[in-house]
Design a protein around this ligand. Structure first.
Ligand code: EPZ
Length: 431
């Protein structure tokens, strides 16, 4: 199995290109099930998650061609299976998102329930409630959701009790082919929602209001094939911005959209970084000789501070001058990185959904274990700033969501490499 080795203490400098967003690409891939025509996704990251979803889509009757770098050609002229088995869904929760598109296109689907994962219980009740309102008959048995809508889905009023990215996206995909109007209230506003709406609208869907709390979808009879560029990955960009602010130096992130990280920039500035934004780039600079300043943080749905950047930001706070309070409001168990960071000398007290991080002058490299995708990158960031060598095991978590991480960071001057420690790397976990 692979591990990542980092020799810390070097400032970063140079440019880091940002890939297409994993969390958009995987929804767009599932949405390609809605048409019998060819869909080409450009700016697609090559990741473990896109590969795993691609394997499931092939089982369902889609051809998935990733022969051109950065592009995925998807074509499902016929749906040949409507089953997403446990073994696939357990490796990657987002495979659950094929339920709505299958139901909308062929009127039935049998999809394993994703179950909990390291960061929390993560139920799918909001997804199922929305599909039920659209007329689906849903049974839960033996760990599977069996859903039927033989006469097609119909438009519905859906008021989400709280914001859910996945349930908003799932409802948009299903409603695109439903009869009549669907209104989603208290919808998520993440940029990935806007990307999905743009994608579906180019295919012929009628979706208005994406990016606001109310989304209206007029169902259409069919959707057509298109070519679409995946939105840049704001979480990858945010993680590298925090890495630059933690290690010090000057890094320019390219091919990104700085407007999608409006909650991060003020906090980086408060922490002592210079942040210069342009249309598609962000330059982050910080004097490596000084420590970052402590800053408090609370995660919120977009446009608030993203939960997916909470662990990376906490890594920076570990070496801050002062104490910082980090509150996680989205997931109930998203502090697993704290105990690994403490192995590197960090001082963190976790109480429920709040962590108090008391900055130390120096972290020390240590063997640490990745527990989930965003926790893993926090260990990379801590490793960049630490004295000595950090060895991160269970790198398959990182491979789910960071394309060519070692190459991108070593291109910016980091001493980071991947080592194969033996084993086949088949250890897997859903997230
Ligand atoms: C998406 O997860 C992302 N995943 C997550 O990124 C991200 O952290 C999260 O949105 C929040 O931004 C993908 O896009 C694949 P939610 P999602 O539904 O859609 C609860 C990463 O590392 N909830 O907005 O699953 C849920 O348990 C991942 O890339 C219900 O109770 O998040 C959570 O507490 C991790 N019932 C809260 O809502 C439901 O039916 C928000 O979850 C649905 C959600």
């Amino acid at each position: 199995m692979d591990s990542i080795r980092i020799t810390g203490g070097r400032a970063l400098s140079g440019a880091i290109p940002i890939s297409g967003a994993k969390n958009s690409a995987i929804k767009l891939m599932a949405a390609a099930l809605l048409t019998d025509e060819k869909v080409v996704l450009t700016n697609t990251p090559r990741l473990r998650d896109t590969r795993l979803l691609g394997e499931l889509l092939v089982d369902l009757g889609m051809s998935v061609d990733d022969g051109t770098p950065g592009a995925l050609t998807l074509h499902a002229p016929e749906i040949t299976s409507t089953i997403a088995p446990y073994d696939r869904v357990r490796k990657m929760r987002a495979t659950f998102n094929v339920l709505g598109p299958l139901l909308a296109r062929v009127g039935r689907a049998e999809v394993s329930l994703p179950g909990g994962c390291a960061i929390g219980a993560r139920p799918v009740d909001l997804h199922l409630d929305a599909l039920t309102r659209m007329g689906a008959a849903i049974e839960l048995s033996q760990g599977y959701v069996r859903a039927f809508a033989p006469a097609g889905l119909r438009g519905a009023q859906v008021n989400f009790p709280f914001v859910s990215v996945g349930a908003t996206e799932h409802s948009m995909m299903a409603a695109a082919l439903a009869k009549g109007e669907t209104v989603l209230e208290n919808a998520a506003r993440e940029p990935e929602i806007g990307d999905l709406a743009d994608f579906l609208n180019s295919m012929g869907a009628k979706i208005e209001g994406a990016g606001t709390p109310t989304i209206r979808i007029q169902g259409v009879e069919r959707l057509s094939g298109i070519t679409h560029a995946v939105v840049p990955d704001r979480i990858e960009a945010g993680a590298y911005a925090i890495a630059a602010a933690t290690a010090g130096g000057e890094v320019t992130l390219t091919g990104m959209n700085p407007a999608h990280l409006s909650a991060l920039w003020p906090l980086l500035r408060q922490a002592g970084a210079d942040v210069t934004l342009a249309d598609t780039t962000a330059t982050i600079a910080r004097d490596p000789a000084a420590r970052p300043q402590a800053v408090d943080l609370e995660t919120q749905p977009y446009p608030g501070f993203p939960t997916d950047l909470q662990a990376p930001f906490m890594a920076m706070m570990c070496i801050a001058d002062g104490a910082s309070i980090v509150r996680e409001t989205i997931f109930e168990n998203r502090f697993m990185h704290a105990s690994e960071l403490m192995r590197m000398g960090a001082r963190i007290d976790v109480k429920g959904r709040e962590a108090v991080v008391r900055g130390v002058a120096t972290l020390r490299g240590a063997p640490v274990m990745a527990t989930d995708l965003r926790a893993s990158v926090s260990l990379v960031i801590a490793g960049l700033a630490a004295e000595g060598e950090t060895q991160i095991s269970r790198v398959y978590h990182l491979d789910r969501g960071f394309e060519r991480l070692e190459e991108k960071l070593s291109g910016a001057g980091a001493a980071i490499r991947r080592v194969n420690d033996g084993g086949d790397g088949s250890e897997e976990a859903a997230a």
